[in-house]
Design a protein around this ligand. Structure first.
Ligand code: SF4
Length: 465
């Protein structure tokens, strides 16, 4: 994977914005999906009831997570599944490596799993001489380009078909300049089929694990998870501990919400259920904490563990749409990523809580009703209290706070501000040294301030009496 150049979101966003056409195209592609999601959700009269149920089920599960995890382990073990526990990414990667070594596995096919991205499993296995092939089409495209995914549901949403054509020409020897999506998809299909046939072990993520049954579900649109674990005898499923739901009856609520929120589809094409190893094979499940327990213990951020990784908050976010997923320099971008990443690594991801207009659109679309924008606001205060903000941000805020607390000073400075707005030469604001002026126009100075208008109206009212 290409190394992260900067963790600074504004710097990365600025780089993405250099290509204006691509920025507009990225913005409108995601907005198209947001609109599909809206149409789908409005077609269900019970949509809001489903959201409330899902939110309550998740809140309940998180509050009793330890109990449900034990129940899941007991039931899964009874079905012949080998359950492993990993406290962090390192332990997860080591467990997976040991299973692969035990089976002398050299070639792995993997369906989309944000957890394995979070743990950086691919580079770890490659370092140990194991070939890992991502089989989700978008994931395979970014893997060939040695880029991380830019979206949790549509990993290659930042790429145009021309980019894919060039990548396939370079790596899969497809015809140069042939941008036909059908041709490109068929080429990827042929290429991946070979990989499926040669694989020693299949790795998948987990969308939902059910405590009551010990089974789990993986959702894909391409059927790549099914094929990836049907041919090899060994299946390893990697799962964050928050992916649990208590009962099989709850599953339909989440499946209805997930596909509609993610891509505006009524249902994901494949919802594959796993309830034990194939005959003569092994099924391993690795339950990973990696910072989740810490989040669970926080009243302010516990709700973020309800996330079902649908990506709807990204599709609607005006900042994500115009800055691209890579600008977040993290596995999970967008509003939910701007919460999860600083909670894990505040030092590197301190700019993310500010990559937000606080419009609240993310919270409105979230199928499990996570109060995303409120959590982001709380996080900003934490970043400030930890003294992680640069002086260029804290000093103006301190001055503003001082002025706002002194009405007479505020009124006096307001008058000066109006005078400058009217008389100041334009180049003082609109010059190459001031990025603020690049995309903005200062407002026209009003003839009277709000206070003056208020006083005039009050006077008129008393004169009229
Ligand atoms: S926070 Fe909500 S909208 Fe965003 S990915 Fe998670 S479930 Fe989906």
């Amino acid at each position: 994977m290409s190394a992260i150049k900067s963790y600074d979101h504004p710097t990365n966003a600025n780089q993405f914005n250099q290509d204006q056409d691509r920025t507009h195209w990225h913005d409108s592609s995601l907005w198209f999906i947001r609109e599909k999601r809206d149409r789908m959700s409005k077609s269900l009269p019970e949509w809001e009831t489903l959201r409330s149920c899902a939110s309550q089920i998740k809140a309940h599960t998180v509050s009793k997570l330890a109990d449900y995890l034990e129940e899941f382990e007991k039931n899964a073990t009874a079905r012949g599944v080998q359950v492993h526990w990993a406290k962090d990414a390192e332990e997860h990667n080591q467990i997976v490596l040991e299973i692969l070594r035990k089976h002398q596995a050299k070639r792995i096919v993997k369906s989309k799993s944000m957890l394995t991205e979070e743990c950086h499993l691919n580079p770890w296995l490659e370092k140990h001489g194991i070939e890992v092939v991502d089989t989700d089409l978008g994931e395979r495209i970014v893997q060939l380009r040695q880029e991380p995914p830019s979206h949790i549901v549509m990993p290659a949403i930042h790429l145009k078909k021309e980019d894919v054509s060039n990548t396939f020409h370079e790596h899969l020897q497809t015809e140069k300049g042939n941008n036909d999506p059908n041709y490109l998809t068929e080429s990827a299909r042929q290429h991946l089929r070979q990989k499926f046939c040669q694989a020693d072990v299949g790795i998948t993520g987990v969308n939902f694990a059910i405590a009551e049954t010990g089974g789990f579900v993986v959702c894909t649109n391409e059927g790549n998870a099914d094929l990836g674990v049907s041919l090899p005898k060994v299946h390893i499923a990697c799962m964050g501990i928050e992916k649990l739901i208590p009962k099989a009856d709850h599953l339909s609520i989440f499946l209805r919400l997930l596909a509609r929120s993610a891509t505006g589809q009524p249902i994901t094409t494949y919802s594959s259920h796993f309830h034990g190893p194939v005959e003569g094979g092994e099924l391993h499940i690795v339950l990973v904490d990696n910072g989740r327990s810490k989040i669970m213990n926080s009243d302010d951020y516990r709700n973020s563990l309800k996330c079902i990784r649908c990506g709807a908050c990204m599709n609607t976010c005006p900042v994500y749409r115009r800055s691209g997923g890579h600008s977040y320099a993290a596995t999970v971008p967008g509003p939910i990523g701007s919460i999860l990443n600083p909670l894990r690594d505040a030092k590197h991801h301190k700019t993310l809580p500010f990559a937000c207009t606080l419009c609240g659109s993310c919270s409105d679309v979230c199928p499990v009703k996570i109060n995303l924008h409120e959590q982001l606001l709380t996080l900003r205060t934490e970043v400030k209290n930890q003294k992680q903000l640069p002086m260029s941000k804290t000093l103006p805020m301190r001055i503003a706070s001082y002025v706002f607390q002194r009405p007479k000073l505020y009124a006096w400075l307001g008058g000066i501000g109006k005078f400058f707005l009217r008389t100041m030469p334009r180049f003082l604001i609109y010059n190459p040294l001031n990025p603020w002026g690049r995309h903005r126009e200062m407002p026209e100075a009003p003839p009277e301030s709000f206070r003056q208008q208020y006083a005039q109206r009050a006077k008129k009212k008393s004169d009229d009496r």
